[in-house]
Design a protein around this ligand. Structure first.
Ligand SMILES: Nc1ncnc2c1ncn2[C@@H]1O[C@H](COP(=O)(O)OP(=O)(O)O)[C@@H](O)[C@H]1O
Ligand SMILES: [Mg+2]
Length: 414
């Protein structure tokens, strides 16, 4: 069938179908079997392209002229696709030079006898949809960018928090070390006391040798006992120094240790000094000991702070000789926790300052060179290093300091 005939047929029929096609919203067309001419173009092409149906019928090439050049090859390729129906999107330029997006679908048509009648197509203006899609994609990309920025910000924040934490930890460690040095004076007093007795015993022994020598009574037996006794005393003095050195040495690593042993050790460092102040330290520990994981020296530092505070309170209350100062140290286990109590009979803590004693630099001992750092440090060590608690109350004739730590017996077994 030639084009003329087809056109005539179409005109003749003037069927309701043409009416429908004339009023479709999309741009409908029908091209000749040789694809060189439009058989029919619906008036709606004007709404989409600005060109009238007549213009397309006069000049079929106009169809390619309005395609955005960057899509021309693509459209030609798509139009050659044998598969039907086919659908593809591209950009066009309207008569008013506006850019529009269209969606193109086409289908080959045949008559009842299978003769090829050309191709019908339908072109839809999808500019709005494309714009929305574009905006959506842009905002998605924006969102991705923002999410990336946020993640980066988060990472930065985490890093700076971590480095701040590390900085603080390092600072705390340094403070703890400094506070140990601050108690050096106190410790020197303790060493002096620890050495006083063995030193005087040693001097008596030496005088004994000299005396015997003068009397010509220096036999082997006496010399031997002199030797072993002085070696024992000197070993004791040397071990005192070792104890002090260990105490001041910075703990490198956390370890499992028995708090009862650590308390005993601390008391033994202070024992001579406490004795000279007529202060008795009584201990009550569970037989199996009590284990925690942490810096042993720092725990000993806490014990030393509490005991020296108790000693100061006792000395302040009754400085005269013979006052029966007592410090009771008990360790007990309740469920998973161990309770470490230090009870003294030094008269207790003034009610008005009870809630301030753990503050840094709070001291009532100005004239006695109190630093006010001991309890503050003790609290830091117990809370930060041991995840425990420490508090103080007045009880009986004095103060009661209570430390609560999580016991770690199970971990030790494994
Ligand atoms: N066992 C105690 N009895 C009475 N008061 C105490 C006792 N322990 C601590 N305190 C009070 O808490 C204050 C703070 O103690 P601390 O932080 O060790 O600083 P410092 O011993 O240098 O004064 C002490 O000055 C004292 O008033
Ligand atoms: Mg103190």
């Amino acid at each position: 069938m030639d084009l003329k005939k087809i056109r005539e047929e179409l005109k003749k029929s003037s069927s309701p179908y043409k009416i429908i096609a004339d009023f479709t919203y999309d741009w409908e067309y029908w091209i000749s079997p040789d694809h060189s001419e439009f058989v029919y173009v619906s008036p709606s092409c004007k709404r989409i392209t600005g060109y009238s149906a007549e213009e397309f019928i006069q000049n079929a090439g106009l169809f390619f002229e309005i395609i955005d050049p960057s899509y021309l090859d693509f459209v030609r390729k798509e139009l050659n696709t044998p598969d039907c129906p086919w659908i593809f999107d591209y950009k066009i330029r309207t008569k008013d030079c506006l850019e529009k997006w269209v969606s193109h679908t086409f289908q080959n048509i045949y008559d009842a006898n299978g003769n090829y009648l050309g191709r019908r197509g339908s072109i839809r203006d999808i500019t709005e949809r494309k714009n929305i899609e574009l905006k959506l994609r842009q905002s998605e990309e924006n969102l991705k960018d923002k999410t990336g920025e946020l993640e980066e910000l988060n990472r930065d924040l985490e890093n700076s928090i971590q480095s701040e934490i590390n900085r603080r930890r390092a600072k705390e460690r340094m403070l703890i070390q400094q506070s140990k040095l601050a108690s050096l004076g106190e410790m020197m007093g303790a060493i002096a006391h620890q050495w006083r007795q063995p030193l005087s015993t040693l001097s008596i022994l030496v005088q004994g040798v000299a005396h015997r020598r003068r009397l010509n009574k220096l036999d082997d037996e006496y010399l031997n006992s002199f030797e072993s006794e002085s070696v024992r005393l000197m070993e004791f003095m040397s071990s005192t120094i070792d104890n002090f050195q260990n105490f001041f040495r910075k703990n490198k690593e956390k370890e499992f240790f028995d708090v009862c042993k650590a308390i005993e050790n601390t008391i033994s460092i202070l024992s001579a000094q406490l004795e000279s102040s007529f202060i008795k330290v009584r201990t009550e520990f569970p037989e199996k000991g009590c284990f925690v994981f942490g810096y042993r020296n720092e725990f000993m530092h806490v014990v030393m702070n509490i005991i020296s505070n108790a000693r100061n309170a006792i000395l302040e209350k009754k400085p005269e000789e013979g006052f029966p100062g007592v410090i009771d140290v008990t360790v007990s286990v309740k469920e998973d926790f161990m309770l470490i109590n230090f009870q003294d009979n030094g008269g207790g803590i003034d009610k008005n300052i009870l809630d301030r004693i753990f503050e840094p630099f709070f001291t009532t001992g100005f004239y006695k060179k109190g630093t006010g750092i001991g309890l503050y440090m003790s609290k830091m060590i117990i809370e930060k290093d041991f995840s425990g608690t420490i508090d103080a109350v007045n009880n009986g004739n004095g103060a009661l300091f209570r430390i609560k730590l999580k016991e770690m017996r199970n971990e030790l077994k494994t």
